[in-house]
Design a protein around this ligand. Structure first.
Ligand SMILES: [Zn+2]
Length: 83
């Protein structure tokens, strides 16, 4: 994923004006997919039918929470460097 595709970052890699309240991911197309068999989510450990871009079991909401946390941390780091 390049910097211009990362949620909460502007194309040159800097965080946007502030962290997004929630990062919404589009998992409607491959490589994301639904699988008949629930397996432990890579983030929360509960049964998940969805598979992430690497084919690992993961809830979409768990991936969105992780992306939101990463965006908030990136915004914090950027703010600390610029103050
Ligand atoms: Zn999960």
């Amino acid at each position: 994923m390049s910097a211009d595709e990362q949620p909460g970052l502007v194309p040159d890699g800097r965080p946007a004006a502030g962290p997004p309240a929630w990062v919404h991911l589009d998992w409607s197309r491959p490589p994301y997919r639904w699988d008949q068999q629930a397996r432990p989510c890579r983030l929360c450990g509960k049964g998940a039918h969805m598979r992430d871009e690497h084919g690992r079991p993961c809830h979409k909401v768990c991936a969105e929470q992780a992306a939101t946390t990463r965006a908030a941390r990136a915004a914090d780091r950027y703010q600390q460097r610029t103050m």
